[in-house]
Write a protein that binds this ligand. Structure first.
Ligand code: ZN
Length: 64
C-alpha cells in the first residue's frame, strides 16, 4: 500500500510504503529537506519513504 504525502512545510512530495514487520516498532520519518515530521507510528508496521519531488517552499513570507 503506497501513500502519497506532501510535506506541509516545504512542499516536497513523498511516496510512503507500509511494510509489515513481526515486532512492534515505534519510529518516525522526517522530511529529508526540512526535517518536518511527516509520519510517526507505533505498531507492527513501519514506513519507508521515497522522495518523489523535492521542493523548498519554506521561504519566510511575513506579508501574508
Ligand atoms: Zn519538508
Amino acid at each position: 500500500m503506497a501513500e502519497k504525502v506532501t510535506c506541509d512545510v516545504c512542499g516536497s512530495i513523498y511516496s510512503f510504503q507500509a511494510i509489515k514487520i513481526p515486532v512492534r516498532d515505534k519510529d518516525s520519518i522526517e522530511c529529508f529537506v526540512c526535517d518536518n515530521r511527516l509520519k510517526s507510528w507505533n505498531g507492527a508496521k513501519m514506513w519507508s519513504a521515497e522522495l518523489l519531488e523535492r521542493h523548498e517552499n519554506h521561504k519566510p513570507n511575513p506579508a501574508e
